[in-house]
Design a protein around this ligand. Structure first.
Ligand code: DGJ
Length: 741
């Protein structure tokens, strides 16, 4: 990887084996975008790529010059109102009411590694040579605001991370109304836009649509990144598939309001912007203050979507997630939520845990309902001390009983929320987000604590720290069960209310940082009614997230397949739950529920005491299978082979680093009759190795399996005998392929 600056042409070329990213200083001092794509040779001069031409009805920057218009020049961080009419990367409201700015190149530095972004999650490096960074400093002559643009290119994959920092070096305050993290103008519109969208219990479904002239965007204004649209988007060529073609993935490392947008102008230039949602955002920047935007990451792949996802997986698993659990296989857990909901006693919990232990489960997690007066969802949030009616020995006593069984103990919190029926709310009714004189809406009877205030975060930290330090807690599930409404902080003046959403998220990050630093061996799992905040921001603190409240195996195929576009398999919280399933009432075989959940963190969301002996035996086998293969399932190279969005079958696989073991997950939703023979072409194997399917003993070369394919036909391709097991609806198989020594 390298960053070259060509002095004579004022051109920067960032490149590694996969990516070239070229920009230059334009004649007005702004930054022009010249190329973003597959690696090309470096050279002194790429300025012929600046598109200048006289065009009627265009406004020009310089008098007596009818060529230089920002309207038609591709840029890196465009401003509004000075000949460019597209949506800008930045908008600053000034003292005199003006919104025009003119950021001109002042200086730059190139250095090894990557700086931290204070108070914000971001990708990082650990060793020399992993990445290089270009910092370009621009200055607006009127406001004297300094703008620092950071570009980090990593040594592997087509990865480019960007962020912006504003420093008010002038004498007057200004209001940042729009401060994008990433802006990129591409020379054509020949792309299909792909997003991950849905709602509660059906998160991150893949949606594709062609780019056309006009604006396409996804965003959140809910205060959380949302179930609705994940902060991730891909532009792929119409011919791109999982295995070939160009794809550009854009991911925003942020958990609050965001916007990802593509604006195609009528000359077919595509402008991508990624950043905090400008809607409702207004950050007052006093003289001497600075504002750092969150980081956005772009991954370019010339080899299809799988290669793009694998690059995201590696980056987010190794250089976004942190801490003790980052590289460790995740414990197999049993969570009591769907087993008991609010209806439990200490003894009942121990009974569930004991059975789980007998089956090989390693961690028992106590979910909602253990604190304050929490017997239902009307009361208790905010009172983070044990409900002694249910737990006479407190959390400390229960955790000791669980540890005595030989298991680890985990606990649920919802730190950002409060019920009006709680000691915390009675003591601090002004600590919730609420707009004066307006009704305050609730979600699930709960209100949102004002995490923009340090004293609120301190108080919650104090309660959590108390429980954590007095009990044996190895895992925390951090939930967040409603979006924000009537966003307003009693602690901020009128002209700073546009800061509250962002300050709130900074408060969440602060609490995460303090807890993960104080308890570095505790495994954190993020959750927001399932997947309402499954974003890269939280991966920095919590290496895994509960992907969805929908635990049905069939629904999960789509959720997990979509999630894998950006997020590593080790981050996808996935459990086996009861049949009929609680969300969709579907009955699916136990093995299919496990076969889906293996491609994630794996665990159980049920009371194993209620399973018949035969199924308990199966559970024991599932757990020992997971223990044997979880390293490959969670940290191997993951390939999507057949999409649940395109047919009745889903196939995906994980391959070990040495390519000697591959696990293929095959899933068929509905049974067929007299169906065609089916096979699926595998990926990522060594073509010269011979692999044995250890269940059938069939042996095949890697090149056979990748070119002819793995046969997946079963008895449905012929006459189905009455004895035939595993051949109905919701069928699935895991193929274990091992290379012969
Ligand atoms: C929503 C979560 O997604 C569930 O798993 C569970 O923790 C409930 N909240 C508890 O209220």
């Amino acid at each position: 990887m390298n960053i070259q600056f060509h002095e004579t042409t004022k051109t920067f070329h960032l490149f590694n084996d996969h990516l070239s990213y070229i920009l230059c200083v334009l004649e007005n001092g702004h930054l022009g975008q010249l190329y973003c794509g597959k690696r090309i040779h470096d050279k002194e001069d790429f300025r012929y790529l600046i598109e200048k031409a006289p065009r009627p009805m265009t406004s020009y920057v310089y008098e007596n010059d009818r060529t230089f218009s920002l309207e038609h020049i591709r840029q890196e961080y465009p401003v509004y109102g000075s000949t460019d009419y597209r949506h800008p990367a930045v908008e600053i409201l000034q003292d005199d009411g003006s919104r025009i700015s003119d950021f001109q190149y002042a200086a730059h530095t190139i250095f090894a590694g990557k700086p931290k972004l204070p108070g914000l999650p971001a990708t990082y490096t650990e060793a020399d040579g992993e990445a290089a960074t270009l910092r370009i400093i621009l200055k607006d002559p009127v406001t004297e605001i300094k703008l620092e643009l950071l570009y980090t290119i990593f040594a592997y994959g087509g990865i480019l991370a960007r962020s912006a920092r504003f420093i008010n070096e002038g004498t007057k305050p200004v209001h940042l109304l729009n401060a994008m993290s990433f802006s990129l103008d591409l020379p054509d519109k020949d792309y299909v836009w792909m997003q991950l969208s849905g709602a509660w219990a059906r998160e991150r479904h893949i949606i594709n649509r062609p780019l056309e002239q006009g604006i396409l965007s996804i965003d959140s204004m809910r205060g959380n990144s949302s179930h609705e649209h994940n902060p991730f988007m891909v532009l792929k060529r119409p011919y791109t598939t999982e295995t070939q073609g160009e794809a550009l993935g854009f991911s925003f490392i942020y958990s609050g309001n965001y916007r990802i947008q593509a604006e195609v102008d009528t000359h077919d230039t595509t402008r991508i912007t990624v950043g905090i949602n400008p809607s409702g955002f207004d950050w007052k920047l006093e003289a001497g203050e600075s504002f750092q935007t969150p980081e956005a990451v772009m991954v370019y792949s010339a080899e299809g979507l799988n290669a793009m996802s694998q690059t995201f997986h590696r980056l987010y698993r190794k250089r976004l997630a942190r801490g003790y659990w980052r590289d460790r296989p995740r414990p197999i857990l049993n969570n009591n939520w769907e087993a008991t909901y609010f209806d439990f006693t200490e003894d009942r919990l121990v009974e569930i845990a004991a059975k789980a232990k007998e089956c090989g489960v390693e961690l028992f997690v106590l979910d909602d309902g253990w604190f304050g007066k929490r017997n239902n969802d009307l009361a208790g949030l905010g009172d983070w001390f044990a409900n002694r009616d249910r737990l006479p020995n407190g959390i400390a006593g229960l955790s000791e009983r669980i540890e005595a069984l030989g298991m680890k103990f985990g606990l649920w919190f919802e730190p950002e929320m409060v019920n009006k029926d709680s000691d915390l709310y009675r003591a601090h009714p002004d600590w919730i987000l609420q707009t004066p004189g307006r009704r305050t809406s609730h979600g699930r009877n709960q209100f949102v604590l004002d995490f923009s205030r340090n004293e609120v975060v301190d108080c919650i930290y104090g309660m959590m720290e108390n429980i954590l330090s007095q009990s044996k807690i190895s895992y925390i599930k951090w939930d967040m069960n409603r979006s924000i409404t009537e966003c307003y902080s009693a602690a901020l003046p009128a002209d700073r209310q546009g800061e509250v959403f962002h300050r709130y998220i900074l408060g969440v990050y602060d609490l995460y940082e303090r807890l993960t630093s104080a308890f570095p061996q505790v495994l954190f799992e993020s959750c927001a009614s399932g997947g309402g905040r499954f974003d890269p921001g939280l991966l920095y603190y919590a290496p895994q997230g509960w992907a969805s409240d929908d635990s049905d195996a069939v629904e999960r195929l789509k959720i997990q397949y979509g999630t894998s576009m950006c997020y590593p398999i080790s981050s996808i919280g996935s459990h086996v739950s009861v049949s009929p399933n609680h969300q969709v009432l579907r009955r699916t075989p136990l093995h299919t529920r496990a076969n889906v959940a293996y491609f994630g963190t794996f665990g159980y969301e049920l009371d194993l005491n209620k399973l018949p002996e035969e199924e308990l035996q199966e559970v024991k086998e599932q757990i020992s299978f997971m223990k044997e293969y979880r390293e490959i399932l969670q940290f191997g190279t993951f390939y999507r082979l057949k999409s649940p969005f395109e047919g009745n079958e889903t196939v995906w696989m994980s391959v070990s680093e040495d390519k000697k073991t591959a696990l293929v997950g095959w899933y068929r939703v509905l049974n067929n009759v007299n169906a065609p023979y089916t096979r699926v072409r595998l990926q990522g194997l060594d073509p010269d190795m011979v692999y044995t399917d250890i269940r059938s003993d069939a042996c095949h070369y890697g090149d056979e399996l990748m070119n002819l394919g793995l046969l997946t036909s079963d008895a449905t391709s012929g006459e189905v005998s009455r004895e035939e097991k595993d051949c109905g609806d919701f069928e699935s198989k895991i193929y274990i392929l091992k290379a012969k020594e």
